[in-house]
Ligand binder design. Structure first.
Ligand code: MG
Length: 182
């Protein structure tokens, strides 16, 4: 595992990493948003390590008309405030509302990473980590040369076997990974 430091950027998937993913459904309000066990503590630890911390999240529920951008922003405002209360930080959140699997901003496509680098030009993809719970997250990271961490949550695909060409490390939760690198 690399030694992470402030020149590294952390890209985090949201559902299944920061919060509990709703099976075959979406988080449509703050009431439905449940932090994953240990995630708040993990984000406090990761705050000390990484120079930038951004969230990249596919939110097809917007394209489906189940949630407005304003409502998503409200959920994210509450999420970030709670994370900050616990000593963590999210520098920016990127979301893809699109339905189309081929949309350039929908993971596994890399559009959201390029948006982040436009906002933070010192981001280096070879000094970035992508943490997610689906293969689309791992592909997103690997296409850009990132270090990839698989989080095995209940709703994810079957826990992959390492070594795996798309996955550098596997942990049961964001908290377990944060502890391992701290
Ligand atoms: Mg996810």
């Amino acid at each position: 595992m690399p030694v992470f430091h402030k020149q590294w950027t952390l890209f985090l998937d949201r559902d299944g990493v920061i919060n509990v993913e709703k099976k075959e459904s979406y988080v449509l309000s703050w009431d439905e948003f449940v932090f994953a066990p240990g995630a708040l503590e993990a984000l406090g630890m990761l705050n000390e390590v990484f120079g930038h911390i951004v969230v990249v999240t596919n939110q097809r529920c917007i394209g489906k008309g189940l949630l407005t951008v304003q409502q998503l922003d409200d959920i994210h405002r509450c999420m970030v405030k709670t994370i900050e209360t616990h000593g963590g930080r999210i520098d920016r959140i990127y979301f893809c509302p699109d339905l189309d699997d081929d949309s350039p901003c929908r993971k596994p496509q890399t559009g959201m990473a390029w948006q982040a680098r436009r906002d933070f030009p010192d981001i280096q993809f070879h000094r970035s980590v992508m943490v997610g719970n689906h293969f689309s997250d791992m592909m997103f990271g690997k296409q850009l040369g990132m270090y990839t961490v698989w989080i095995g949550s209940d709703t994810c695909e079957e826990m992959p076997q390492l070594p795996h060409p798309l996955i550098d490390a596997c942990y049961p939760s964001l908290y377990d990974w944060a502890k391992a690198i701290g």
